[in-house]
Design a protein around this ligand. Structure first.
Ligand SMILES: [Zn+2]
Length: 129
């Protein structure tokens, strides 16, 4: 499952950041992920993977927020910019295939919040998976 490897990647990115900032971990309260509609991620599946793989780790019980970015293309011929619902890359106005993707391919961790009051954790479960 593609979503599971993305969830594991999200954990890795946040752990690396925490390790770099605090030389340890804190329980994570909230994670916000930005996903472009062209990235073929199923939001519900990603949240499920995040919650289940996060069990017993610093991500246990963290709120998962997903921001979806619409698909947008810019036509290089007629210069029109437009939002599209289907990932077919042609201009809806002049039918040119000479288009560029403006948005919709995003996939990254936007922000996350930690619970500093809970105290620092030296090693997290599943850290080395
Ligand atoms: Zn056009």
């Amino acid at each position: 499952m593609h979503e599971m490897s993305i969830a594991v990647n999200i954990f890795r990115i946040i752990r690396e950041k925490l390790k770099e900032m605090y030389s340890g971990y804190y329980p994570v309260k909230k994670v916000r992920v930005v996903v472009g509609k062209m990235s073929t991620v199923v939001p519900e599946a990603l949240e499920f993977c995040f919650q289940s793989a996060g069990c017993g780790t610093i991500f246990d019980g963290a709120k998962f927020e997903l921001v979806e970015i619409p698909m947008k293309i810019a036509c290089q011929d007629c210069k029109e910019e437009m939002a599209i619902d289907e990932p077919f890359l042609f201009c809806r106005k002049c039918e040119s295939f000479n288009v560029e993707v403006v948005s919709g391919r995003e996939l990254y961790v936007d922000t996350f919040e930690i619970d500093e009051d809970a105290g620092i954790i030296e090693t997290d479960r599943n850290e080395f998976e």
